[in-house]
Ligand binder design. Structure first.
Ligand code: OGA
Ligand code: MN
Length: 296
């Protein structure tokens, strides 16, 4: 079967068919996926069934894999491969976490528009989420994931704004995004392990050569500006960048694998029935250097 790519919605995400991601994919297949990522930023593969090992091995074809903040913590974990992120509401024994569970509260930061790991000095590139179990519909939402196109959002800015923000550097701090959802209860050792990182606000995507806004809920303020001014600018830009015309909303089915490029998107999770299991597994590839060493 040959690969087919069908744009979805406002043409910024695409559905890819004709590949079984659990099997052997040749170099031409990986190159075709990279090209599609450079074109679309978000790719949807339906009806996949990958073990954690298979997800790990597929993702590793695209670069070295991140070990996320939760997996880096000491103690027992539900999933055995540290490079597979546990994007679920389940505890180590596969029970739905209590509403006041610390891990759950920490993960609620994912409901804010963000790009992953922008608080790390060398941030990440591709996120890959695989749906294993999904909750039933609820009055507050069905646990969809929304993605916003930071290239289109950049393009739509007035030229004067583009020029004024071109060289700005933003400080990104995971404890800032967590404070935004009211969660501040972190051990000092974890705070010491994840200090804030500076990142360029405007980046050029190396694949598409298009400029993008590198925004995230982790972005706290503009370096060298009064905190309030920078924070207000980031709020304005984020409101602009997440308008409906820039957004693709993914309604999950079990077996979906969604790949997004963190360099040209923001994303957020939506609410869902918290009494039922939602189990997604994530692999994430690392970038090679700081955004500060890129030219805008
Ligand atoms: C993530 C994330 C949102 C969701 O896995 O990086 O932000 O819908 N997930 O679970
Ligand atoms: Mn995320």
């Amino acid at each position: 079967m040959s690969i087919a790519i069908r744009p979805l919605g406002n043409q910024f995400a695409a559905e890819v068919t004709g590949l079984d991601l659990s099997g052997a994919i040749d170099a031409a297949g990986i190159a075709a996926i990279w090209r599609a990522i450079d074109d679309f930023c978000v790719l949807v593969f339906r009806d996949q069934s990958l073990s954690d090992r298979q997800l790990h091995d597929f993702a590793a074809r695209f670069g070295p894999l991140e070990i996320g903040r939760a997996a880096a913590r000491p103690g027992r974990r539900r999933l055995s491969i540290p490079q597979i992120g546990d994007i679920s509401n389940l505890d180590e024994d596969n029970r739905v976490r209590d509403l006041f569970d610390r891990r759950r509260l920490d993960s609620l930061g994912n409901r804010l528009w963000h790009t992953d790991a922008s608080y790390m000095p060398v941030p990440v590139v591709l996120g890959m989420l695989h749906a294993v179990a999904l909750p039933p519909p609820s009055p507050f939402g069905n646990g969809e994931t929304e993605f916003a196109d930071m290239r289109a959002a950049y393009d739509a800015l007035p030229d004067a704004t583009k020029a004024a923000i071109n060289d700005l550097v933003v400080e990104h701090d995971v404890f800032w995004s967590r404070a935004l959802v009211g969660f501040t209860d972190f051990p000092q050792a974890e705070k010491d392990q994840y200090p804030p990182s500076p990142q360029r606000l405007v980046r050029t995507h190396p694949g598409s050569k298009r400029k993008t806004l590198y925004l995230s809920a982790h972005g706290s303020h503009v370096v060298g500006w009064p905190v309030a001014d920078g924070r207000l600018l980031l709020l304005d830009l984020s409101a602009h960048a997440t308008r409906e015309r820039f957004v693709y909303r993914h309604e999950w089915r079990v077996g979906d694998l969604v790949i997004w490029d963190n360099r040209c998107t923001m994303h957020r999770g939506r609410p869902h029935d918290e009494t039922k299991a939602r189990d997604l597994r994530r692999a994430t590839t690392l970038d090679q250097g700081s955004t500060l060493s890129e030219a805008a």
